[in-house]
Write a protein that binds this ligand. Structure first.
Ligand SMILES: [Zn+2]
Length: 186
């Protein structure tokens, strides 16, 4: 039951994100804005699910498929850093959150990017997904983003938070890399 609700919440978030993106594409005829990524977090019970989608440009400085050894090494280094999870976000120690699942998709190696290639677009993204379990979820009242220190090309993240009771949006930047979840979580 719990899984079902969480999955629905995530599907809704993805749907809303997709609708917004479609509008954005109409305006700009562009797949994404360089410097700007999305970070979705769903909280239910003691479980947290996080999805990150960011332009390849923000992570490694290019979006074409890696062809040289140097580019391949750059992608692999970035993949490992993203896979750590806490290189992107940190949660209050008191919440006792542990990452229980993690996945990172890199440009040129995931379905979404293949679609874009077929459509003749040059853009590609990194996708990351994390599942966490928290011992004291009520202590999860802030999220900090070391992301901006680790990936200096990134300028902002559009953050969506969804819980059983509430939904909220934030914008975080390198100069303000933290959000207050106090009102959302309670
Ligand atoms: Zn791009």
């Amino acid at each position: 039951m719990r899984k079902t609700i969480l999955t629905t919440l995530i599907a809704l978030t993805v749907f809303l994100g997709t609708a917004a993106k479609a509008q954005e594409e109409k305006r700009q005829l562009d797949a994404h804005e360089h410097g700007s990524g999305t970070f979705n977090i769903a909280i239910e019970g003691n479980e947290v699910e996080i999805e990150l989608e960011v332009p390849g440009m923000d992570i490694v400085g290019f979006e074409h498929e890696a062809s040289t050894d140097e580019q391949k090494a750059t992608i692999e280094k970035a993949r490992k850093l993203l896979l750590d999870g806490f290189s992107v976000f940190t949660l209050p120690a008191g919440a006792g959150c542990k990452i229980t699942s993690r996945k990172v998709g890199v440009p040129g190696h995931d379905e979404n990017n293949e679609h874009k290639k077929e459509e003749g677009k040059a853009h590609s993204e990194f996708h990351a997904k994390f599942g966490l379990e928290c011992a004291a979820i009520e202590q999860l009242n802030t999220i900090a983003f070391p992301y901006f220190g680790n990936f200096s090309r990134a300028k902002e993240l559009d953050v969506s938070v969804i819980t059983e009771k509430a939904q909220a949006g934030f914008e975080v930047t390198g100069t303000s890399p933290e959000i207050d979840l106090g009102k959302v979580i309670k």
